[in-house]
Design a protein around this ligand. Structure first.
Ligand SMILES: [Fe+2]
Ligand SMILES: [Fe+2]
Length: 135
């Protein structure tokens, strides 16, 4: 079972954002464990709903940062967030309709999407903020 570990590489240095990233990674790990131990689908749905809600709030926090700093890559970044939310909705529908556990492919998507997004896109806006506040 592959779980995500928090590491320095994922740290932006913005306290509230880092806390939210840790929570989100924790939720994805919980989903992985739930699937691994074949918990009932209702447990899975609850976790997917929590992840959905928490991710939406987190993305709103980032959108507010982009607005505050007039971040030029805002549209692209928000499009990535929207893709993630769409995928979470798709996962929920699959869990509901098919009553089958998430496939390894979906778990992989969640695990990798988050780490890649933080390492690339989130780091980019952090660098932009650093540069604009150092002017
Ligand atoms: Fe982001
Ligand atoms: Fe983020």
């Amino acid at each position: 079972m592959q779980l995500l570990q928090w590491c320095k590489e994922l740290e932006l240095g913005l306290d509230n954002v880092d806390t939210q990233h840790k929570q989100l990674i924790g939720m994805i790990n919980e989903l992985t464990i739930t699937v691994e131990y074949s918990q009932p689908n209702s447990a899975l749905l609850q976790l997917v709903d929590r992840l959905h809600e928490y991710a939406r709030n987190h993305f709103k926090v980032e959108s507010d940062i982009f607005a505050r700093y007039e971040y030029p890559e805002r549209v692209d970044h928000e499009a990535e967030h929207a893709t993630f939310i769409d995928k979470v909705k798709y996962i929920r529908r699959q869990c509901e309709l098919l009553d089958t556990p998430m496939s390894a492919k979906i778990r992989e998507f969640l695990l990798h999407w988050f780490c890649n997004h933080i390492r690339t896109k989130d780091m980019e806006y952090k660098r932009f903020i650093d540069n604009s506040t150092n002017l």
